[in-house]
Write a protein that binds this ligand. Structure first.
Ligand code: ATP
Ligand code: MG
Length: 272
């Protein structure tokens, strides 16, 4: 173990502690699960030392040399506020401009100065683009900005989000758009499972297993077995067109969410 690095600066505010060189956030000593991008946003806000950090500055910092939608930033801010729980006001929105970190920061004993440490944390190379089986859009999406924002906001706080509505209303299209925008947030990617062609509920877990190339030889392929095989992955599963297999789709979603704290599910269905 590198003892020198273990004694580097930590940053504290309220009940929270950040260990920059380990890219770790703790609340009352307990680690909080936080994505890499959320951590980068948090560090950039803290480095602002109470000043308003412009949206553009944050986006350039967190996604250098990449063009991303502002929604990606909204998602990260929502995830951070979620992580802060009752202290969600630690990040204040300055409408039309950016965000401000309102916490009172204490830097705790360290030999190297904190700025050097935080710079190191921020200069970690950007992770590669996560894998996905999402199709490229074949036509331009019309409107839906409000709905996209709303669903992105929901996915930041809810682990299972279901889009319901009449046939042809645009659930799949909206789900795919949201899923594409969320791709950078899931290290193991975003995976769409097309349920429309399936008639047998037992085929739901089989289809998921096939899509991920899981080797589940021997015994029945249950939602639990598939979920356990995916338990370590940080992924978003999109279950599209669940209406005719609502029970099987719900079992699959529940199994994945139960086995895997980092997983999220986005479903579309004509039936709630
Ligand atoms: N906002 C949009 N902009 C452009 N095209 C759209 C939009 N929303 C839906 N469409 C198109 O309308 C058609 C129906 O949409 P979609 O398949 O998303 O509906 P759905 O609600 O999933 O229907 P179903 O219940 O039958 O699965 C598709 O061809 C889709 O590309
Ligand atoms: Mg659909």
């Amino acid at each position: 173990m590198d003892l020198a690095s273990e004694t580097r600066a930590v940053i504290e505010f309220g009940p929270f502690r950040i260990v920059p060189h380990r890219r770790e956030l703790l609340a009352d000593g307990q680690p909080i699960r936080l994505g890499g991008r959320s951590f980068d946003v948090l560090m950039a806000l803290i480095e602002g030392q109470g000043a308003v950090v412009a949206k553009e500055t944050l986006m350039e910092r967190v996604w250098p040399n990449r063009i991303v939608e502002e929604n990606s930033l909204h998602f990260q801010i929502a995830a951070l506020r979620n992580a802060f729980g009752a202290d969600r006001d630690l990040i204040r929105t300055i409408s039309g401009r950016g965000y401000q970190f309102t916490g009172e920061i204490r830097t705790v004993a360290a030999s190297p100065d904190m700025q050097a440490v935080t710079r190191t944390a921020l200069q970690a190379p950007a992770p590669p683009r996560p894998p996905t089986n999402l199709p490229e859009p074949v036509s331009e999406l019309i409107g839906r900005d409000v709905e996209i924002d709303e669903v992105l906001g929901l996915t930041a706080t809810q682990r299972l989000v279901t889009l319901t509505g009449a046939g042809g209303i645009g659930k799949t299209r909206l789900g795919l758009e949201v899923a594409r925008r969320l791709l950078p947030e899931f290290a193991d990617g975003v995976w769409i499972i097309e349920l429309a062609p399936l008639s047998d509920p037992d085929l739901v877990p089989v289809t998921v297993a096939t899509e991920f190339g899981l080797d589940l030889a021997g015994g029945a392929v249950s939602p639990e077995r598939v979920a356990n095989a995916l338990a370590a992955k940080q992924l978003l599963l999109v279950l599209d067109n669940c209406e005719h297999l609502v029970g099987a789709a719900a079992s699959m979603a529940e199994a994945v969410l139960r086995a895997n704290p980092a997983a999220r599910v986005l479903a579309t269905s004509r039936e709630p």
